[in-house]
Design a protein around this ligand. Structure first.
Ligand code: GLA
Length: 560
């Protein structure tokens, strides 16, 4: 088999729309083609020859070509910015020896390490459509060409038709029409038959509070998660309890609990809103070391920083009371206001209790008031018992954490699932992978990848939900098309691992926010000085290429 390397090479600049090489075409007598200008209408290049009844073809007789540049396009118009190159071409190779030939279209760009746009082994005499995409910053050279390195040129004729090269990037061509999330195709609909829900994290005073927000959410989401408003800090409304009442706990003893807390007025608003939008919810979160008042863990609910922690039995009673109060409120509300139909279909029972570098005996997060009292996983197991006791049977119970793909943490979490399942009276249905990932980390597939962790959790007999997805550009410059591709790759992998035929699988995905404007990542010390663009919609709530990536993954899955 001989190899043909078709190298594409450019230099130019970045914008939102695309341009296509189209005009000022010179077809040379040996079949090679020079393109001296770049048009911006995006249509395919039409070659001028008619061969074997095919029109608009060019035929390259390899032995007549002195250098290796079969097609060469000048791209002087573009200069040194990031672009997405999207390419397709119908190719037929005729090898007089009948041999197969490996054809590669490669961008001749040193700094990007010669990205392969498309590579395929072609049988002699058959037309094949080759296509691919690459994102890169074009350096030094200002042309695009196809070269024939490595082929036996004596034997070869190469036919090309429907050659189409699009260049997308900021400042290229006419500005792309902006499409608001309110008018864009619906991700909720696109994912309807693939996942139980397509979710977005929201805030009560933000999107839920505006008519645009409500219209957008109704169109795009079938599930919402409150970014903050259902966490203990919020349900306790930053109030230290003033008066106490008795609570008879599971152990038969009576304990003092606050009688004017939790405060459910916001929860009621949220449930009403979700009901009117026809959207289900993930409840987030019951037991967490963060955003939970310190006094909850202290003797007499003291706000004194030096006050002693309560003993385990007292804390267990407080945990039972809190979980019961929240779950009872929601269930009663659903019974009285929604015909008993669930609004909150999954609860994050425990969030982030496993250590980052979990290993051996030290596998639990220790900078946690829960851990300080228990020094073991007991509070986690209790939480899943109480959630099972007080939640309706059709509400799914989840353990939720970040960096769940990191091998040590993955193994510790998998072990935790076993421990919960082995605890009498406890139930866990879902492993929530928060998925605050970076554009280049972790690996999506392969050894120790995100997908490897999904498989591990599924093997433990739970479903997986992607609960807080956002993709940070980190310290790299924001690349709309890289982000698009990475979103698409994630969603393709999620879809391949979705729940089918009652087997465990990924049952839903939630994006952690709507517009880049509101992302929490820009408040992270780690990214100080580096603007983050991790979501599907821009500062004006218009669709970014990332939105197209998520949509395309669903549409392509349905075509198969
Ligand atoms: C964690 C929590 C979320 C939220 C994010 C930051 O992932 O689970 O509730 O606080 O951090 O926005």
């Amino acid at each position: 088999m001989k190899k043909l390397i078709l190298s594409l090479m450019f230099v130019f600049s970045f914008s939102t729309v695309f341009a296509a090489i189209n005009k000022n075409l010179v077809e040379n007598s040996d079949g090679t083609v020079s393109i001296t200008n770049v048009d911006k209408d995006g249509s395919a290049i039409k070659f001028n020859k008619t061969v074997d009844n095919f029109q608009n073809v060019t035929v390259i007789d390899a032995k007549k070509v002195k250098n290796q540049k079969f097609i060469k396009a000048s791209l002087e118009d573009f200069d040194k910015k990031e672009v997405m190159i999207s390419f397709s071409c119908d190719v037929k190779v005729e090898d007089s020896t009948g041999a197969e030939n490996e054809i590669s279209w490669i961008i001749d760009e040193v700094s990007a390490n010669f990205p392969v746009v498309s590579r395929q082994v072609l049988k002699s005499g058959e037309w094949t459509t080759m296509k691919g995409e690459a994102i890169l910053v074009l350096g030094e050279k200002k042309s695009f060409y196809i070269s024939a390195a490595g082929l036996n040129k004596e034997n070869l004729k190469i036919y090309l038709k429907n050659f189409n090269l699009k260049i997308m990037g900021e400042g290229i061509g006419a500005p792309a029409p902006k499409v608001s999330w309110m008018d864009a195709p619906s991700l909720k609909d696109a994912y309807k038959d693939l996942f139980d829900y397509f979710g977005i994290a929201v805030s009560l005073k933000g999107e839920l509070n505006t008519s645009d927000g409500q219209i957008g959410l109704e169109r795009q989401a079938s599930s919402i998660t409150m970014g903050n408003e259902m966490k203990p800090d919020f349900l306790f409304a930053w109030k230290r309890p003033n008066t106490m009442c008795d609570f008879v706990a599971e152990d038969g003893n009576t304990y003092q609990v606050p009688d004017n807390l939790p405060i459910f007025s916001d929860v009621r608003m949220i449930l009403l809103m979700a009901r009117s939008l026809g959207i289900q919810m993930r409840g987030h979160v019951l037991v967490w070391h963060s955003q939970t008042p310190k006094w909850f863990f202290k003797e007499n609910y003291s706000t004194d920083a030096n006050a002693a922690y309560v003993d385990k039995a007292t804390m267990t009673a407080r945990q039972e009371w809190y979980i019961k109060s929240v779950l009872d409120y929601v269930r009663t509300w659903e019974e009285e206001n929604n015909g008993g139909k669930r609004i909150i279909t999954t609860w994050d029972v425990v969030n982030e209790a496993v250590a980052d570098n979990a290993g051996g005996k030290k596998w639990l997060r220790e900078d946690s008031d829960w851990f300080r009292i228990y020094k073991s996983e007991e509070f986690i197991l209790n939480a899943f018992r109480y959630a099972n006791k007080y939640a309706p049977a059709d509400v799914q119970l989840a353990y939720n954490d970040y960096n769940c793909y990191a091998p040590n943490k993955r193994e510790a979490i998998a072990n935790l699932i076993d421990l919960i399942k082995a605890t009498p009276g406890a139930r866990i249905d879902v492993l929530g992978m928060q998925s605050h990932v970076k554009i280049n980390y972790p690996r999506i597939r392969g050894d120790n990848s995100f997908e490897a962790a999904v498989h591990k959790y599924l093997s433990k007999g739970v479903d997986v939900q992607i609960t807080e997805l956002d993709i940070a550009n980190g310290k790299q410059p924001y690349s709309p098309y890289k982000l698009k591709n990475v979103y698409k790759e994630y969603f393709k992998m999620f879809i391949e691992n979705r729940k089918v035929d009652g087997k465990n699988g990924i049952s839903g995905v939630t994006i952690w926010g709507i517009s880049d404007r509101g992302t929490w990542l820009n408040n992270q010390a780690e990214y100080k000085g580096y603007q983050q663009y991790p979501l599907l919609w821009d500062n004006e709530f218009n669709c970014k290429p990332a939105f197209d990536g998520v949509l395309e993954a669903a549409l392509e899955a349905k075509e198969q």
